[in-house]
Write a protein that binds this ligand. Structure first.
Ligand SMILES: [Zn+2]
Length: 154
């Protein structure tokens, strides 16, 4: 018999599931507000990037600081026990990430890594996304009266 309460079970599931994490949902919501269209987890691309913006030939990875080893980040600590196991695991993860980004670049894709800790700060998140993506027309809707975009008026 399943003795887990509903609450416990959903908590367990959220820990196990690697796709559609909370930081990922936050990044998606920001991109959406900025007016960008995107697709999710394209398995035909190296590393099946979390967010794919085909129009801009750009991908965004939302990486957990612990598993993907955010350099200098307090969340990227190393557990004190089973040191060899963790070191090897972390090395594999970082090597895989580096290889995936290299392969994507070879295919002509631009890559952005958003770290879990950056996503917690909305201003930092938006700033990083704006630097990465062309902000010319994606988020600018034509003025209903003049039919011109704000960029054209500026
Ligand atoms: Zn971090």
């Amino acid at each position: 018999m399943d003795t887990l309460s509903k609450k416990q079970r959903s908590w367990n599931m959220s820990r196990i599931r690697s796709k559609d994490t909370k930081p990922e949902r936050i990044v998606r919501a920001s991109l959406h507000r900025m007016g960008f269209r995107f697709r999710l987890h394209r398995r035909d691309l190296p590393g099946s990037p979390d967010i794919v913006l085909p129009k801009w030939k750009a991908v965004v990875f939302v990486h957990g600081c612990f598993w993907h080893r955010h350099k200098g980040c307090k969340y990227a600590y190393t557990p004190k026990t089973r040191l060899r196991f963790w070191s090897r695991k972390f090395e594999e993860n970082v090597a895989r990430d580096t290889l995936c980004r290299a392969r994507l670049r070879l295919l002509g894709w631009r890559c952005l890594v958003m770290w879990g800790c950056e996503v917690e700060k909305p201003a930092r998140l938006c700033a990083k996304l704006s630097r990465f993506l062309p902000m010319t027309t994606a988020h600018v809707r034509p003025n209903p009266t003049t039919g011109r975009t704000r960029t054209a008026e500026a």
